[in-house]
Write a protein that binds this ligand. Structure first.
Ligand code: SAM
Length: 273
C-alpha cells in the first residue's frame, strides 16, 4: 500500500484524553521545521507524532527520527505509513515512562520536538528537565499561556514556579504564536512555539534540584504574601534573619539568581525543625 493510500483510508477520531489537536496548517508546519533545521546525524526525538504532520518533513530533513506515541491506533498508522523508511523508529509508550538516557548517544545530544499534548505539558516539562544533561535543545508547541509562564520575567504576573525552574536550566525563547484554526479539532486556546535550550555553561551556581524546587514552591505557595511569611517554613529564625534577599518582597520580585542563593543556604544549613 502506498503512503497516499494509508493517509486517505485512515480516519482517526481525535481523543481528548490524549490532548489530540492535529496540525494541518502547512505554513505553521514549515515554520516549525525551519526553526528546528534538523541536520543529518542529529538525534531527533518527536513527542506525540499523532498522524505524522511534523514527522514526515522532519524525517525527510534529518534522515532519522525516534517518535514516542501513546495512542495504539496512531502508532499502528505511523508504523505502516513509514514502513519503508529505515530511519523511522517508534516507541509506543507514555512519554512520562520513557528513559531518555537510553535514547541519547551522549551528553547534550538529543533534539526533542513536538506539538505537545496540553493536558500533560507541565509534568512533561518537569520530566524533561530532569534529563537536561542529555538534551541539546527542545522545540515545542504549547498553550500560549504556558509559554508565557515559561518565559516570564520577575515582576510579571505570569512569573512563577515554572518560570524559575525552567529558566534555571534553560534559555527560553518564544518564537511565534499559532491560532486555534491551525489545528483539527480546534483547541479552545491560542498556542505558541517555544525553544528551550539547556544553558551551557550555566550562569548560575550548581544547586541541588530538590533544594531549589523546595524554596521556589514555598515562596510561590501564596503569591500575595511576603517572603518573610512564605519562607518561614523553610528556614530557621536564625537563617531568616540573614537571608541574602529582602524578605519584605513577594516571590515574584526575586530573580532566578536570588532563588539559587536561597537554595544554597537551604542545602548548606538544612531546613528548620
Ligand atoms: N504531532 C501531531 C500534530 O502536530 O498534528 C499530534 C499533536 S497532538 C497535540 C499530541 C499527540 O501526543 C497525540 O498524537 C497524542 O496521542 C500524543 N500523546 C498524548 N499523551 C501522550 C503521552 N503521555 N505519551 C506520548 N504521546 C502522547
Amino acid at each position: 500500500m502506498s503512503q497516499e493510500d494509508n493517509e486517505s483510508t485512515y480516519h482517526h477520531r481525535a481523543r481528548k484524553r490524549f490532548g489530540q489537536n492535529f496540525l494541518h496548517d502547512e505554513h505553521v508546519i514549515a515554520r516549525i521545521v525551519r526553526a528546528i533545521t534538523p541536520g543529518p546525524g542529529q538525534k531527533l526525538v518527536e513527542i506525540g507524532p499523532g498522524q505524522g504532520a511534523l514527522t514526515a518533513p522532519l524525517l525527510a530533513a534529518a534522515g532519522e527520527l525516534t517518535a514516542i506515541e501513546i495512542d495504539r491506533d496512531l502508532a499502528a498508522m505511523l508504523r505502516s505509513r513509514f514502513a519503508g523508511n529505515p530511519g523511522f523508529h517508534l516507541i509506543e509508550n507514555d512519554v512520562l515512562e520513557v528513559d531518555f538516557a537510553a535514547l541519547a548517544p551522549g551528553p547534550a545530544s538529543l533534539r526533542i520536538v513536538g506539538n505537545l499534548p496540553y493536558n500533560i505539558s507541565t509534568p512533561l516539562l518537569f520530566h524533561l528537565l530532569q534529563q537536561h544533561p542529555l538534551i541539546h535543545d527542545m522545540l515545542f508547541m504549547l498553550q500560549l499561556e504556558v509559554v508565557q509562564r515559561l518565559a516570564a520575567q520577575p515582576g510579571n504576573g505570569d512569573y512563577g514556579r515554572l518560570s524559575v525552574m525552567m529558566q534555571y536550566y534553560c534559555e527560553v525563547e518564544m518564537l511565534f504564536k499559532v491560532p486555534p484554526g491551525s489545528f483539527t479539532p480546534r483547541p479552545k486556546v491560542d498556542s505558541a512555539v517555544v525553544r528551550l535550550t539547556p544553558r551551557r555553561p550555566s550562569p548560575f551556581a550548581a544547586v541541588q534540584p530538590q533544594a531549589l524546587a523546595h524554596v521556589v514552591k514555598a515562596a510561590f505557595s501564596q503569591r500575595r504574601k511576603t517572603l518573610r511569611n512564605t519562607l518561614k517554613e523553610v528556614f530557621s529564625p536564625v537563617q531568616m534573619a540573614s537571608l541574602p534577599v529582602d524578605t519584605g518582597l513577594r516571590a515574584e520580585n526575586l530573580g532566578v539568581d536570588d532563588y539559587v542563593r536561597l537554595a544554597l543556604i537551604l542545602e548548606q544549613g538544612g531546613a528548620s525543625a
